[in-house]
Write a new protein. Structure first.
Length: 246
């Protein structure tokens, strides 16, 4: 089975639609969303309702910290993220909020673990940004493959039989073999707010039959999303991040 992994959509309808369109013809058996459906972007209602439909059709969706913050004002967010969430809350219905609040913190598919931020205490929203922070996830779970989001920058780490963690080079569009003598942690880049220096949506495909992980980039109408952000009065820094992909 081929699993499409989408994360950090952040209310960016154009990027989300572009990724879903890119899935056509790729023989995807399941979609897994690693959270942060809302926050930062101008289309939270559309994105939540699209995820609800995907879940009804069999997709799996994990809770992200921005999703949690909708119903939990005590959730720690930076000033810009908090401003966006405060703008988002009144747009969502109680049904939307109930859906987000009810999302699980983790999910498993065989020997694959899905979580938003880190397997190491998921509710602390730890960023996996280097080999040291990746080690925490390898230590707390026996899953052979761990897939996370949260950081918005694609990355891949291996854990060998000597208990060493190594960063692997990520090349968009290249199928990376997940050799079985090691364990793996993939950080899937953001659909709706990429920070890897390219203003394109990111997602990944896990091929269970071929035992491969492919990171993908997809072009979308960035300027349409930027125009919506500005019309909504959201922070200009969010528009600039989308323009620069950082």
């Amino acid at each position: 089975m081929r699993i499409a992994i989408l994360t950090d959509i952040h209310a960016n309808r154009e990027a989300f639609e572009a990724v879903l369109a890119d899935l056509d013809g790729r023989n995807i058996g399941r979609i897994v969303l690693l959270g942060d459906i809302v926050g930062y972007g101008p289309d939270p209602v559309w994105c939540v309702e699209r995820v609800e439909r995907l879940v009804a059709e069999g997709a799996v969706c994990i809770k992200g910290n921005h999703d949690s913050a909708v119903g939990n004002p005590g959730e720690h967010l930076n000033v810009t993220a908090l401003r966006a969430i405060n703008w988002t809350r009144p747009l969502l219905t109680e049904a939307h909020k109930t859906f987000l609040a009810g999302l699980p913190m983790r999910a498993e598919e065989g020997d694959v673990l899905f979580v938003h931020a880190s397997a190491n205490d998921p509710e602390d929203w730890i960023y996996v940004s280097d080999t040291g922070s990746a080690m925490g996830s390898f230590r707390v779970t026996g899953a052979r493959v761990i897939l996370v989001g949260h950081r918005h920058v694609p990355a891949l780490y291996s854990y060998d039989m000597a208990r060493r963690v190594k960063a692997q080079r990520v090349v968009a569009g290249m199928a990376f073999p997940l050799i079985r003598s090691r364990r793996w942690l993939g950080v899937v880049g953001s659909v709706g707010q990429p920070r890897d220096g390219v203003a394109q949506a990111n997602y990944a495909i896990l091929d269970l039959a071929q035992n491969e992980l492919t990171f993908r980039r997809v072009a979308y109408d960035v300027q349409k999303t930027v125009s919506k952000l500005r019309a909504a009065g959201l922070p200009e820094s969010l528009a600039m991040r989308l323009n620069w992909g950082t």
